[in-house]
Write a protein that binds this ligand. Sequence first.
Ligand code: NAD
Length: 263
Amino acid sequence: MGLLDGETAIITGGASGMGRATARRMTEEGAKVAVFDLDGEGARKVADEIGGYGYGVDVGDADAMQAAVDAAAEELGGLSIIYNNAGTMAFALTHEISPADWERVVRVNLLGPYHGIRAAVPYMIEAGRGNIVSTASISGVRPAAGEGPYAASKAGVIALTATAALEYGPMGIRVNCISPGTIHTGMTDPLLAWKEGNDFMREKTPLGRIGAPEDIADTVVFLCSDAARYITGHNLVVDGGVLLHGSGVDGLLGFADGPKTPV
Ligand SMILES: NC(=O)c1ccc[n+]([C@@H]2O[C@H](COP(=O)([O-])OP(=O)(O)OC[C@H]3O[C@@H](n4cnc5c(N)ncnc54)[C@H](O)[C@@H]3O)[C@@H](O)[C@H]2O)c1
């Protein structure tokens, strides 16, 4: 018996990193999964691998998300889980980030989860149950220099999670978010494939290693499972202990001649 037997799930940003690992884990635990990504080809590739459905969709586009959620719910035969995970970033001093980049980051990272909740909740209200999980970040809890729009958007996700948990709890819908620390994915590869950057991040992690996408996938499966039945409105930090003594990429801005677009 799987932890998610009979569940029907949408995962955004599912072509890569944490989203792809979660698509695999949810499938292993018995869920039927639809993979959403801006990279439609990548989404369909993951869907083929897990026996699910793949969609090319921009989470920042409200109408496109509504249409894709409706289509996925039809193919899945219902919708009981949405994992709002797609994300993007910009890394520089606040005044050096262009208005266009600010808008891009907030549109994907904060409006994306809003669009997901907006489109998915009616299915869950009708069913009288559901689970919503979104990917925030330790940057939304303790921002570091260089993370202006990223940290602001992720703090917004934590607040949105609390609001939605209050609104939908009485309808049988749990709403949580996770705040990963440094996880080796496509987003962080420019930093972590660079030895100095990898050492910098690993040395500030009490558990002594960089996180893997599967560390996040297991957490999301837990939150969506009955084992987490009394947990809602929570921001679950999954960071190997980094926040115990500082913020995520604190000190990275201006560190050596490192890449400008890490974490
Ligand atoms: N990697 C880390 O250390 C870390 C830490 C904290 C939070 N996060 C967050 O985790 C989430 C997943 O990122 P990841 O690390 O797996 O990176 P990733 O780059 O491997 O995956 C992100 C996926 O999101 C997709 N995406 C980007 N913009 C999109 C859009 N507008 N619409 C649909 N899909 C879009 C990308 O195509 C990609 O497949 C993000 O929200 C990120 O901010 C990552």
